[in-house]
Design a protein around this ligand. Structure first.
Ligand code: 15L
Length: 269
């Protein structure tokens, strides 16, 4: 018996595909939305597939019907021309939040990114790491869009009462990508633990948390995510020897955003 439906936008993207098997629970139906084609439901998999764009208010409102929560991952995940970032990431997130409000979805989890604060020097981390609500220092138009995503989430909480948790995701991939990734990695399993905590914490209100594993070399405070119930189990350090042998530091690695801090603004990277 299905007791809750969770809508996921951008379900076919990097993070969405990693979360799909990991967020499956008895009694939970995942309503997976993407513009792109998605793998069909596997045996016993409780999923509904929706093909739609996060920029389409009518389609989004229909997709929100009956959902207990919405995980918004849909959008452009790298640097891109301003018009695209504006339409998909900023206007798209406004559309998603508006659809959630119209359909009465009480809780929204928004994918923000470390690129909202990418221009901050790693050396400013301090012992406790960067607090989750470090003020914006975006490194790209993409980073600006994530600042806007957080601001929209804040507005929809304060003015319309939705619970909104913004996750400043570091690097969510099967393995840490390069030397910078030893600090910023969010393992797929820890990612699922964090999203699960965001789904189940009682009345979170509006919050910003970092999305990272318990990395030995990490510089993001996990206190805010732990306060929601997140308990990370992975550490990128087990990849350190191999990654350090295979790669050298990249330009920009002295700043949180790494390569995004040197890529030309507005040009796809
Ligand atoms: C992001 O926000 C990107 O979407 C992802 O592709 C990675 O570049 C990640 O940040 C990162 O900082 O490693």
């Amino acid at each position: 018996i299905v007791t809750e439906t969770v809508l996921v936008t951008g379900a076919a993207g990097t993070v969405g595909a990693l979360l799909r098997p990991r967020l499956a629970r008895p009694g939970r139906r995942l309503r997976l939305l993407d513009r792109a084609e998605q793998p069909p439901a596997g045996p016993g998999e409780q999923v509904e597939l929706v093909t739609a764009s996060v920029t389409d208010l009518a389609a989004m409102t229909a997709a929100c019907r009956g959902a207990a929560a919405l995980i918004h991952l849909g959008g452009i995940s790298r640097e891109a021309p301003w018009e695209q970032i504006l339409a998909v990431n900023i206007d798209g997130t406004r559309t998603v939040l508006e659809a959630a409000r119209l359909a009465g979805v009480p809780r929204v989890i928004l994918a923000s990114s470390n690129h909202a604060v990418g221009m901050r020097p790693v050396s400013d981390a301090g012992d406790a790491g960067f607090p989750a609500e470090s003020t914006p220092r975006p490194d790209t138009y993409y980073g600006v869009s994530k600042v806007a995503v957080e601001a929209l989430g804040s507005l929809y909480h304060d003015r319309f009462g939705l619970d909104v948790v913004c996750i400043r995701i570091g690097s969510c991939f099967p393995e840490p990508p390069g030397i910078r990734g030893l600090a910023t990695w969010l393992s797929p399993d820890d990612g699922a633990r964090l999203f699960e905590a965001c789904l189940s914490a009682p009345s979170p209100g509006f919050r910003v948390v970092w999305g990272a594993s318990a990395n030995t070399r990490g510089h993001y405070s996990l206190a805010e995510a732990r306060a929601l119930g997140y308990s990370p189990r992975d550490d990128a350090e087990r990849f350190a020897e191999r990654i350090l042998a295979e790669s050298s530091p990249a330009p920009g690695d002295e700043l949180l955003g790494g390569g995004f801090t040197t890529t030309p603004v507005g040009e796809p990277n």
